[in-house]
Design a protein around this ligand. Structure first.
Ligand code: AHR
Length: 511
């Protein structure tokens, strides 16, 4: 098997925005409570923030972190989460059938985000929340002083405004699992009015319209067309979500999931192009995609073999271990090597869509479908998917080049696709190249032939490979480094043909 990728620096897909390597944390399970916040423990600081988590999150060098949901936000009143903690009330949390203690809220999140050096991206409740409450949240966060909400922030111990730039207008409003779900027309009107008011408070903010995500819904893409006809002048981004599941389709098809994501992103892009083409006045405004939830999600804690359990409940109700617990340990996926290779492929695809995708949040960050898991004793575990994500965040910065590709292909349920899928990022200032490559053939090694002659002299300095004989292997607290990337020996720095192990995800660094 051989694939040839030829490059010229004149042919580029686009510059990678730092927000492409972002994440998401929701009031769901142990994502916030037990993940970020674990007060009165010797492994937490004086604010109750876990010190181990702070260090790992800082190291990931994330662009933004989206908060507080997810489905959670459509039930959430942000005013319940501010002020003295002893006065905060416990509320019923309907998205995940849990009890919300409100011990962590917007001030806590902004304080934590500053400590870990990440910009917050805040979602407002456009399900059960009012447009006035959304504008008041902007006032609380961004207005300097002299009004009720800004002065309340100061009273709550935060003199300086947070100046939050990125705001999401609701979450997955297309789905009937969402509290306050509405039609595209209704959403467009509510989001437009919220956008107006939020921008009246602070005209510098950037807004994300809630686009469609679920390909099985009859409104998929039609939703985008309808809402963007109304919202195009008011927003800067449209969101979409995409999760890939290993539903027993076979390793090759699962590894080919990047192709599904590719089509998904291009569908959103095409909807935007369609709306933009309808109005000449929109021609100069480029709306970008905010892929604000992406990951592999295998729904491990749902026993689909016991279909009687479904009994009329929605998927999301099923994910609650027991009803009305405080931060139950739900959706704590344990990722395999195969999942990690698939995540690596999805990351490659995000790079190759860098002309359209400006923000992308791995969903989620901690404990819930996450690269990082913590336990109650103060231990932290890097799941397999942590590694490709961390490597993408480290080396996936610069200009993504558009190669000429020829080589072997394979038939998958997503069509005929290359055996090796790759993305190359060029850092012109340092004259460094970073090639990410997935060999999705789990039976045979494959050769990646790189033609960089038009880029000047390059030599291979490092080959990081993520592979193994057991695709089902997982890291555990008992064996935390069972599945980690290793360095392959570089025998010839000038070689242009590089062998990629069967079923492997690779980073090739060139100087
Ligand atoms: O990330 C978990 C959930 O997935 C989010 O709450 C929701 O937006 C999506 O369906």
């Amino acid at each position: 098997m051989k694939s040839t990728y030829s490059y010229d620096k004149l042919f580029e897909i686009g510059k990678v925005d730092p927000k492409v390597w972002s994440s998401f944390t929701e009031h769901l399970g142990r994502s916030i409570y037990g993940g970020i916040y674990d007060p009165d423990k010797d492994f937490s600081d004086e604010h109750g923030f876990r010190k181990d988590v702070k260090k790992e999150v800082k190291d990931l060098n994330l662009g933004v972190i989206r908060y507080p949901g997810g489905n959670f936000v459509s039930n959430y009143n942000w005013k319940d989460g501010i002020g003295p903690k002893k006065d905060r009330k416990k509320t019923m949390e309907f998205a995940w059938s849990s009890i919300e203690t409100n011990q962590f809220g917007i001030d806590d999140f902004c304080e934590w985000a500053e400590e870990v050096g990440v910009e917050p991206m805040i979602a407002v409740n456009l399900g059960t929340g009012s447009i006035r409450s959304a504008a008041e949240l902007v006032e609380y966060c961004n207005h300097d002083h002299g009004t009720y909400w800004s002065d309340l922030r100061i009273k709550n111990g935060h003199r300086k405004p947070y100046n939050i730039k990125y705001w999401c207008l609701g979450n997955e409003m297309e789905g009937d699992w969402q509290a306050g779900h509405m039609s595209a027309e209704e959403y467009a009107k509510k989001a437009r009015e919220a956008a107006k008011m939020m921008k009246w408070v602070d005209k510098s903010i950037k807004l994300v319209a809630c686009g469609s995500s679920y390909e099985m819904l009859p409104t998929y893409l039609e939703w985008d067309r309808t809402i963007m006809k109304e919202l195009y002048p008011y927003v800067d981004y449209i969101s979409t979500h995409n999760y890939n599941m290993n539903s027993g389709q076979g390793n090759t098809d699962f590894l080919a999931s990047w192709k599904q994501l590719d089509t998904h992103i291009k569908n959103t892009k095409n909807s935007l192009n369609f709306v933009q083409s309808l109005q000449t006045k929109y021609r100069d405004k480029q709306i970008k995609i905010c892929l604000d939830e992406w990951n592999v999600w295998n729904f491990q804690d749902i026993k689909l073999d016991n279909l009687d359990d479904l009994n009329g409940m929605t998927t999301f109700e099923l994910t609650s271990a027991k009803k009305w617990e405080e931060h139950p340990a739900i959706l704590q996926e344990k990722y395999s090597l195969l999942d990690a290779l698939t995540v690596g492929g999805l990351g490659i695809d995000i790079l190759n869509n860098t002309d359209a995708v400006e923000i992308a949040c791995l969903a989620q960050l901690l404990n819930v479908i996450a690269p990082i898991t913590t336990d109650e004793k103060g231990n932290l575990l890097k799941q397999t998917i942590y590694y490709p994500f961390a490597l993408l965040s480290k080396y996936g910065r610069g200009t993504v080049l558009q190669p000429q590709v020829s080589g072997d292909t394979q038939k998958t349920s997503y069509g005929v696709i290359p055996v090796i899928e790759s993305a190359t990022v060029y850092d012109e200032a340092k004259h460094q190249l970073h090639v990410f490559a997935l060999n999705s053939d789990t039976e045979n090694d494959a050769t990646l032939s790189l033609n960089f002659t038009r880029l000047g002299k390059t030599s291979l300095t490092q080959h990081i490979q993520f592979t193994g004989n057991d695709l089902e292997a997982r890291n555990t607290f008992e064996d935390p480094e069972k599945v980690v990337p290793t360095e392959a020996t570089v025998k010839d720095a000038n070689a242009t043909d590089i062998v990629l192990a069967k079923g492997s995800w690779n980073v090739l660094n060139f100087d």
